[in-house]
Design a binder for this molecule. Structure first.
Ligand code: F6R
Length: 336
């Protein structure tokens, strides 16, 4: 897992090369809505696309994690069906639903049934390299979706942003990789703070909400630990009330707040008051971690990268192998 995390910048570059030569196209002039359908590690790229594109794309982007698609999906919808393995039953079912409704479809996969079916049906397929855990293939699964919309003119050209992101991640990993000692390594320091605790990851609407959720799922899957995520400003209207119960319970929590320079100024104010005043008296730890980089893409990926490393180090602290996800595999077998 640590090797796959280290390789994220190269993965992104490889995905760019793949998209420069892709034949996958769709008719953007027909598209009124975009729905990305996928689960788990294959849905996160869709989440990132949705939040990244929120203020850039002329049509709404939604992420679907269900067996069926919302009722508005039809001929004027682009459905991007993402399954790294190509064998996830919910995604295959949503793909069949998209096909039945005459939607334009692009499949993003490393193979499996999805690839075979999409080829046979004459839909566009973007085949990404296999052999990784889906959650470790974030570069392979996100960049093709981003570039697909850029190439179709639904998002502004963004080569410079991708290049900045790749450069930043290469810089970051000098300090985050296993060879970097704890005193310099923010990911190892974060893992130590989370060790023996239940992580509560806070993001904010916009760029960090989905990254907070990514941290939660990476801690669940890599460190095999319960973890929860919530976001500003919504958490100001419920979660902050829940810190008055017995101290023994609150002490088990560790709050990580992810911030970025794109936060709405009122959201930033809310974070300051919540962390500095409202939760300051609570008997749990609190840390704020700020995104690095200039562009939206670099800021999102900088926090994602830190979380990926921190979750793998947390697994090491618990003496666990971060790669296998036996319970997910068991469930898939039981349902087969
Ligand atoms: C495992 C992982 C899972 C899978 C999910 C769907 O590493 O990340 O969350 O992504 O079970 O499988 P795929 O991605 O193959 O469609």
């Amino acid at each position: 897992m640590l090797g796959a995390i280290y390789g994220l910048p190269e993965q992104m570059e490889e995905a760019v090369r793949l998209m420069e030569h892709t034949g996958a196209k769709f008719d953007a002039s027909l598209v009124q809505t975009i729905v990305v359908t996928g689960l788990g590690g294959s849905a996160v790229g869709g989440d990132m696309l949705r939040t990244y594109a929120g203020d850039k794309c002329p049509v709404p982007i939604l992420v679907n994690r269900s067996y069926t698609l919302p009722s508005y999906v039809g001929k004027d919808t682009l459905v991007i069906a993402v399954s790294y393995s190509g064998n996830t039953e919910e995604t295959l079912s949503a793909y069949a639903d998209a096909k039945a409704r005459g939607a334009q479809i692009v499949a993003v996969t490393s193979g499996g049934i999805l690839k075979k079916q999409a080829w046979e049906d004459g839909h566009a397929v973007i085949t990404v390299p296999g052999g990784l855990q889906p959650r470790a293939a974030a570069g392979y699964l996100f960049i093709p979706q981003l570039m697909l919309l850029q190439q179709a003119g639904l998002l502004p050209e963004g080569h410079a942003e991708i290049e900045e992101t790749v450069r930043l991640l290469r810089e970051m990993r000098k300090l985050l990789a296993p060879a970097s000692p704890t005193e310099q390594n923010l990911a190892k320091q974060t893992a130590l703070r989370l060790y023996g605790k239940i992580p509560l990851i806070h993001g904010a609407v916009g760029l960090t909400e989905v990254i907070a959720y990514r941290w939660k799922t990476q801690i669940n899957e890599n460190a095999q630990t319960p973890a929860f995520a919530h976001c500003y400003p919504e958490l100001n209207h419920n979660e902050i009330v829940g810190f008055d119960v017995p101290q023994e319970l609150i002490e088990k929590l560790e709050i990580i707040t992810l911030t970025c320079s794109r936060n709405h100024p009122r959201v930033q104010k809310r974070i300051e008051i919540t962390a500095g005043e409202v939760l300051a008296a609570a008997s749990c730890g609190q840390t704020e971690l700020a995104a690095l980089g200039e562009s939206d893409l670099a800021q999102m990926f900088s926090l994602l990268y830190l979380g990926d490393y921190a979750s793998a180090y947390l697994a090491a602290l618990y003496g666990l192998d971060p790669t296998p996800v036996e319970k997910i595999e068991y469930l898939k077998r039981r349902l087969a």
